[in-house]
Design a protein around this ligand. Structure first.
Ligand code: FDA
Length: 395
């Protein structure tokens, strides 16, 4: 018996996460017959756990310079054509309450479930067929048609969209499948690495692990990039928003410089020596930093000596170190703890207008699978919406 002809679609989208759901909805509502396949038993699982269950769904400060990519210009077109305001308008149309938390980050008042429900409703409006719990088997391309085997079925379409994300949080079903598929079709992959991820400390810096749980606002710097936000000491090293942000820029072997006193004026320590000569460095720092952190830093710098007993030169040096304390991370907590994956399918081979592979007509890649990685704070979802929208209009 000949095998049954595959069910024909206009487009098959692999991955029912943020980018895949949105792309499917946009294409479906344009009248395209769309099949959306995922191996997970539910769609949008990362959306559900994002933003502590409230989904930081966009950032009002979205600009291309908040994204990391081998080609920093690539994201401009899609982000320009589908903006944070566009997504907010959709959220508003569904009556989903939201609030700005900090730094332009928008969260649901209620639950991330509302965003997933909205995306599913948008897919339903476009007649999108969703196949969940379906492991993807063979993907083949011949005579302008893609054929995808999933579970026990086969479907075909003239367009195929890779939207299976990156390998961050493998225990949620995240995989590097997008990269394997891209390579199968001759696309290059920029070396993937964990990003928005805690950094680990070793060697003599393990002593900072005893500060686990202590948080303070800092300016953290790697190379030319700096962020001012909270840093948190953990039992493995450093975390908190400032560290997650800088981790996307940090490279193995480089130091990360932390300014523990972003608001103190230059010369504050010598001024303190004149005004409170009997104070120690620890007590002077105690007014500015959490107590355990003040004690640890003071001990490393000057023991318990009184300020009056230390030279101005020594105090100036202590001040310099407190303003640029070099940590030497020995690694990251890896994909198990990384909020996103940096690197991915190279933008070199993709159209920035449509996300279509230049040399493989009908093949598209969107979302985190692509070498475009946003800052912490809603930027990654905005990229998922914008790139999904661009492809959704093209397929
Ligand atoms: P996404 O990972 O969402 O979807 C990929 C889909 O493909 C999944 O449904 C997966 O099951 C499926 N898939 C993978 N491999 C497959 C295979 N081999 N076969 C079939 N299906 C496969 N961003 C942000 O902007 N604001 C926030 O608040 C947060 N918060 C946050 C918290 C946590 C804990 C994490 C881990 C991440 C975030 N993020 C975030 C990042 C954000 O979740 C991420 O950038 C987007 O979900 C990326 O959307 P994609 O659709 O590209 O991939």
């Amino acid at each position: 018996m000949p095998s049954p002809a595959p069910t024909p679609y206009d487009a098959i989208i692999l991955g029912a996460g943020a980018a895949g759901l949105f792309c499917a909805a946009v294409a479906g509502q344009r009248g395209r017959k769309v099949l959306l396949i995922d191996h997970a038993d539910a769609p949008g699982k990362k959306i559900l756990i994002s933003g502590g269950g409230r989904c930081n769904f966009t950032n009002v400060n979205t600009q291309p310079d908040r994204y990391i990519s081998a080609n920093p210009h690539f994201a401009k077109s899609a982000l320009g054509r589908y903006s944070a305001q566009d997504f907010i308008a959709l959220v508003d149309a569904y009556g989903i309450g939201w609030h700005e938390k900090t730094l332009g980050q928008l969260f649901c008042d209620g639950s991330a479930r509302q965003i997933v429900a909205m995306l599913l409703d948008e897919c339903a409006k476009g007649g999108v067929q969703i196949a969940l719990g379906q492991p993807i088997g063979d993907v083949a391309h011949a005579e302008g048609t893609y054929r995808v085997t999933y579970g026990s079925k086969t479907a075909s379409a003239r367009a195929l969209v890779i939207a299976t994300g990156g390998p961050s949080i493998p225990k949620m079903g995240a995989t590097g499948f997008a990269y394997d598929l891209a390579r199968q079709f001759g696309l290059k992959v920029v070396e993937p690495r964990p990003a928005l991820v805690p950094l680990t400390l070793g060697g003599e810096e393990t002593l900072f692990r005893s500060l686990s749980g202590v948080a303070t606002e800092v300016i953290v710097r790697a190379g030319k990039t700096a962020f001012r936000e909270a840093a948190l000491f953990t039992h493995k090293g450093l975390s908190g928003p400032a560290i997650l942000q800088i981790s996307s820029y940090w490279r193995h072997g480089e130091p990360v410089a932390v300014n523990f006193l972003p608001d103190t004026p230059a010369g504050w320590l010598t001024t303190a020596k004149r005004s409170q000569p009997r104070a120690t460095l620890r007590s002077a720092l105690g007014g500015l930093l959490p107590d355990r952190l003040a004690a640890t830093l003071a001990e490393r710098l000057a023991g318990d000596k009184r300020l009056a007993d230390q030279s101005d030169k020594l105090l100036a040096q202590a001040e310099r170190l407190l303003g640029a304390w070099d940590f030497h991370p020995n690694g990251t907590e890896g994909y198990a703890k990384a909020e996103v994956t940096a690197g991915g399918i190279s933008t070199d081979g993709l159209s920035s207008q449509t996300m279509e592979a230049r040399k493989v007509p009908g093949l598209y890649a969107i979302g985190e699978a692509v070498d475009v990685t946003g800052w912490l704070g809603g930027y990654n979802f905005q990229w998922a919406w914008a790139s999904g929208h661009a492809a959704g209009l093209a397929i």
